[in-house]
Design a protein around this ligand. Sequence first.
Ligand code: UDP
Length: 337
Amino acid sequence: MSILLTGGAGYIGSHTAVELLNKGNELAIIDDFSNSNEKSLEAIKKITGKDFKFYEINYMDREKLEKVFEENKIDSVIHFAGFKAVGESVKEPLKYYHNNVAGTIVLLETMIKYNVKKIVFSSSATIYGKQLSTRYVETMERKSSPSAYGNTKIMIEQILEDLYKSDNTWKVAILRYFNPVGAHNSGLLGENPKGIPNNLMPFIQKVAVGELKELTIFGNDYNTPDGTCRRDYLHVVDLAIGHLKALEKLDKEKSGVYIYNLGTGSPVSVLELVNTFIKVNNINVPYKIGARREGDLDECYADPSKAEKELNWKASKTIQDMCRDSWNYIQKNIKGE
Ligand code: UDP
């Protein structure tokens, strides 16, 4: 039996592929390389010494997707594929609704056709929006997002819940990621976006290697201990392991929709992250304080206790590990891919 990974060549998909292969699973990966490339597939093979099936397709291509189900005995799907640039999604909402939402519907219809009813979905803490408490619990309501990206995550969560209502033999795990950072400690896999990164850690990495001149910290007048925003950064390998635990959970259950926060539960400020990066890597990262970025929340972090209790999952890597592994990776992969 194989596990199908949509978007398995991407940042989180590739790290999850490594953990799944290391545990002896058979994999079929699909990816259209819209935000990844073959290098990560080679890296997965090098790290694990194992092979897998790969198809360069977009998951909206029903015919080609069906071929993947024909050629493999798919038992479950981990669905990573999707566009994720928040700013771009505001400018081009239809691109996001088309690919992320319509694409997921094609995937789910194909799963039904081949009687595969077990799925783990990559959701995001963004679905919580602004809440009264900054420690987010799974029971909090989903809040409409200012970005189309955020709204695609909300819609797909809703689609999965409605699907379960219509057919309660489905097994669904929705994983709400907080802020994944870091890289595989081999330095072979990591995140290295093309152009100017939107997210904090890739930006720090590019300043550290000299590709960008300095980091601008977006505001230091927030309601936090040092005035800079606080987030819940978690190591991508911890996050990858969360997917294995979610699959194990679904295997144990008869059916149902299970929602989990994946985060450390400890908020870290922008300044703390930058200073830790500087300290553990003994490298200069020039930065200045700039204006606030529109829409940023003072603070948000996970209550990860449900995942700990029900999945036996707990983030184990520290902020130091995240900074060390991010630096190790970027030094070995200076050119953006
Ligand atoms: N941030 C920053 N400078 C940058 C990029 C991000 O100061 O060049 C800040 C941003 O304002 C936020 C934090 O870093 O407070 C994390 O931002 P990111 O976009 O990585 O994650 P998100 O805001 O989506 O949680």
